[in-house]
Design a protein around this ligand. Structure first.
Ligand SMILES: NC(=O)c1ccc[n+]([C@@H]2O[C@H](COP(=O)([O-])OP(=O)(O)OC[C@H]3O[C@@H](n4cnc5c(N)ncnc54)[C@H](OP(=O)(O)O)[C@@H]3O)[C@@H](O)[C@H]2O)c1
Length: 488
């Protein structure tokens, strides 16, 4: 059995790699994490966990004991202190411990780019790579290097997505013409997983990425995938500092990280060798547009559909990989205690919604919404429901469709009405409370304006809805009691 230690398993890339490695039967997986509570239950069941950090020799000794391959994904960019010093110390301690424990192979993922023009962030990633490759006679190091990674929750992709969604006209600095070779997150994980089994005769640096593209083309193609028309106007006077402020304002990325990324975008990040094709011919990375589409699908999945771990029999049950970028999704959340009404009656009231029963409160507002939907070519409210008293996944319910139904627990409806974005209505019973959430992922600027314009309507509709559901559930309980007493 091949013993593998994965570090950085709570990070963006590590979390995804761990999911793939746990399925491999040829490996015995151990994780080194700073905080076990950051791991999902599933991860804890499938891997041996060592808690501690890379600065502690004792932790490293324990973590690296009898390990064949160590995957190094530790990165201090989020830290308050000087990240390059922390990364240097961490890599040195880790490498020395690997030598001491007789580790045979190290797999490391760093950044793409030339030494001469490296930003402080890239220079630090290069230094880490150099430290981890310093004794090829003792340890073989497979050093993968990637540029912009496209995936939901990846910082660079979130910047691109937020800029494209919010700005119909973008004034961009000179650096948007810098060329790079992006790569989809799934392909990065595939390379890392394959690298664990690679047995090269010497250290090897493997640059990964698809066809070269400029940052401007990435913005443009992302807009096309999102079906948004965008105009990009380059303005040479925008300095990196101004660009970083701009990114902080328009995207969920903190200033420090935005500034480091902008600094990096000033220089080209292009593949310098053909080792990806030579050592991993079985991996054919997906083109840029496809990775964007995949990231967008995943975002929707993560932010709404798999939000609750206990839904759908746990099939989609894992902590979201997306860093939940602040305003990717708008929500109207209403929470009400059940006040002693049994959950079964509350759920029965929820699943009786729509069709002839209607939407309990503010019927005029609901009907008006239905008429507007009809007028713009949608289903309106006339569609009703398949049958009164029973709902199944896939059922139509007026202008909604049932996408998840866990009896006694959760009902998730997706809107089929015409809206500039994607909308869901969710009812979730959590212990003694009912949580009603309207989710909305806006499409472009218009989607955002639409959400804000509807806030006054939401102010009436949603509190009324949750209140009436509980009132209806109370009536149902009373009826059930009467029926019972009559039978006795
Ligand atoms: N993400 C990208 O777009 C991208 C692009 C190109 C290359 N890369 C490279 O890929 C690698 C991983 O990046 P990432 O984006 O996954 O990083 P990340 O999300 O910032 O994760 C860093 C991980 O390192 C852990 N960590 C930090 N200091 C530690 C310490 N002293 N001891 C033990 N664990 C420690 C963190 O644990 P906590 O959870 O406890 O903080 C976290 O799990 C980096 O080398 C990066 O340069 C990333």
């Amino acid at each position: 059995m091949h013993n593998v230690l994965l570090t950085g398993a709570t990070g963006y890339i590590g979390r995804r790699l761990e999911k793939v490695l746990r399925e491999r039967e040829d490996l015995r997986l151990r994780l080194l994490v700073r905080n076990t509570r950051k791991l999902t239950e599933k991860t804890r069941q499938h891997a041996e966990i060592i808690e501690g950090d890379s600065f502690s020799p004792e932790t490293l000794r324990q973590a690296l004991f009898e390990v064949d391959t160590a995957v190094y994904l530790i990165h201090s960019m989020g830290a308050e202190r000087d990240f390059s010093q922390l990364d240097r110390e961490s890599a040195e301690k880790f490498y020395n411990a690997c030598l001491e424990q007789g580790v045979k192979r190290i797999v490391y993922l760093g950044g793409l780019g030339l030494r001469e023009s490296a930003s402080p962030h890239l220079a630090s990633r290069l230094e880490t790579g150099d430290i981890l490759s310093s004794r090829p006679d003792r340890i073989r190091t497979i050093w993968l290097r990637a540029g912009v990674i496209i995936g939901s929750g990846s910082t660079s992709f979130e910047i691109i997505r937020h800029l494209v969604e919010k700005l119909p006209v973008m004034t961009t600095p000179k650096w948007v013409n810098t060329m790079t070779q992006p790569i989809g997150i799934e392909d990065v994980v595939a390379y890392l997983s394959a690298a664990i089994s690679l047995d090269p005769p010497d250290n090897v640096v493997v640059d990964i990425g698809v066809a070269p593209i400029s940052f401007q083309e990435m913005l443009q193609q992302t807009a096309e995938v999102m079906r948004l028309r965008r105009w990009i106007v380059p303005v040479p006077v925008l300095t990196p500092r101004l660009s970083s402020y701009w990114l902080t304002l328009m995207t969920p990325v903190p200033y420090r990280i935005g500034a480091a990324l902008v600094e990096g975008l000033k220089s080209e990040t292009l593949v310098q060798n053909d080792h990806a094709q030579r050592f991993f011919p079985q991996i054919q990375p997906q083109p840029f547009r496809e990775t964007v589409q995949q990231a967008l699908n995943e975002l929707e999945q993560d932010l709404v559909i798999s939000r609750w771990c206990d839904s759908s029999g746990g099939a989609v049950c894992d902590i979201s990989d997306a860093a939940s970028p602040a305003d990717s999704v708008y929500r109207d959340v209403r929470i009400a205690p059940l006040q002693g009404i049994p959950a079964e009656h509350v759920f029965a009231a929820i699943t009786s919604l729509g069709g002839k029963t209607g939407w309990f409160s503010h019927s005029l507002l609901w009907r008006t919404r239905g008429l507007i939907d009809k007028a713009v070519g949608g289903y309106g409210l006339n569609r009703g429901r398949r049958m009164h008293g029973e709902l199944r996944i896939g059922d139509a319910l007026d202008f909604w469709k049932v996408v998840d139904l866990v009896p006694g627990k959760r009902l998730l409806l997706v809107a089929q009405m015409r809206v500039p974005g994607k909308a869901w209505l969710e009812f979730d019973l959590q212990n003694d409370t009912l949580v009603q959430t309207a989710h909305f992922i806006p499409h472009g600027l218009y989607g955002r304006l639409y959400w804000y314009a509807l806030i006054p309507f939401h102010y009436f509709i949603f509190p009324g809805l949750i209140k009436k559901i509980l009132a209806k559930a109370g009536e149902m309980e009373q009826e059930a009691r009467h029926t019972q007493s009559r039978e006795v």
